[in-house]
Design a protein around this ligand. Structure first.
Ligand code: ZN
Ligand code: ZN
Length: 136
């Protein structure tokens, strides 16, 4: 029974994020959206699941300057988002899943010169994408 509830909440979260895979969400948005539902998932279950899903690389987790909270986005077709670096467009919010070789040498240098190991699941490089540059 308990396990069934766990799986159900997890699936509800995945489904919700999948349905809005090009939008960003804070944990709070997700809590609000899912508690409106009749299946109402409790808050701490949602937080726990979000944590786990981003550890598994199913969600991209990142900070945004204009939102004072961590944001989540479903990583469609990129099942291992904790193993590569991400970049994001500041204007439209589009997420880029960077190939590992793009960042490999920088990551090695950070390790050898600063002793810093990058947490890919939490790090996002900010920039402006081509489409948004054209609009300017
Ligand atoms: Zn990714
Ligand atoms: Zn853009």
């Amino acid at each position: 029974m308990k396990n069934e509830y766990k799986t159900k909440s997890r699936n509800l979260i995945i489904e919700y994020l999948k349905a809005h895979s090009d939008e960003r969400f804070t944990a709070r948005d997700i809590v609000e959206a899912l508690s409106k539902d009749e299946a109402s998932v409790n808050r701490s279950t949602i937080y726990r699941n979000l944590e786990r899903l981003s550890q598994e690389g199913k969600l991209v987790r990142y900070k945004e300057t204009d939102v004072a909270a961590t944001c989540y986005q479903f990583s469609e077709g990129h099942e291992a988002c904790h193993t590569h670096m991400h970049a994001q467009c500041e204007e439209c919010g589009k997420i880029f899943h960077l190939k590992n070789d793009v960042f490999k040498s920088a990551s090695k240098k950070l390790q050898s010169e600063y002793g810093l190991e990058i947490d890919y699941g939490k790090t996002v490089i900010m920039g402006i994408c081509d489409d948004c540059k054209k609009k300017k």
